[in-house]
Design a protein around this ligand. Sequence first.
Ligand SMILES: C[S@@+](CC[C@H](N)C(=O)[O-])C[C@H]1O[C@@H](n2cnc3c(N)ncnc32)[C@H](O)[C@@H]1O
Length: 225
Amino acid sequence: MHELSLEEQLQKMRADWDQRARENARHFVDTANEDWTDEEFFASGEKTVAEEILTDLGNICQGKAPPEMRVLEIGCGAGRVTRALARFFGEVHAVDVSGEMVRLAKLALQDHPNASVYQNNGKDLTVVPEIPFDFAFSSIVFQHIPSREIIENYVREVHRLLRPGALFKFQVQGAMMGPTRPDDTWLGVPFSERQASDMAFRCGFDPRYRYGAGEQYFWLWFFKR
Ligand SMILES: C[S@@+](CC[C@H](N)C(=O)[O-])C[C@H]1O[C@@H](n2cnc3c(N)ncnc32)[C@H](O)[C@@H]1O
């Protein structure tokens, strides 16, 4: 196979995720279950928020009341976590590369007028209004992105939209699972601790905390300087 250009890689990402969304969106969003009921699916999003957000309010809210906060999510899928975010925070803006996933997320959020979902180009946040955000979050998304360039571009873009001092909390692939292929939109590029910190510094963040280095769920706390 010839080397994919960035544009070809982004097209492949969109096509593959649209296909997964048509086949069994909820399963590909969270492979813990083949056949999610509405109730279980959205309860699993509440669990993510309970585990990753409610346990970490000092870093995330920094003294602000959650209903006063504007939050950004990258890779919202079918709105599993987005819905839980919209129940907790004042305003949520979420992007996803897949139009099919965005359609499902909009359905999931139809009773949550404080949430906006956008289909983006898979690499930047130009579809999101340029207003200051208080917190950004992304879970089980970058672990599927095979390109370091695309992930770093997102980190730079989040930096553009966050207010100074605010946190971008996100998860990357930390396990070294062998070589990633540019046309494989399932297995994302792994980050070592050093690679993660270097990326933070290049993009204007302070990489203050990390958890799970060497594992699939490698969580990073990047604070905008
Ligand atoms: C495993 S799902 C997780 C969805 C959601 N974060 C959750 O936890 O329920 C991964 C999502 O990331 C999206 N995605 C993959 N590559 C992306 C990219 N380059 N830009 C934006 N979204 C992307 C996919 O379309 C899919 O909806």
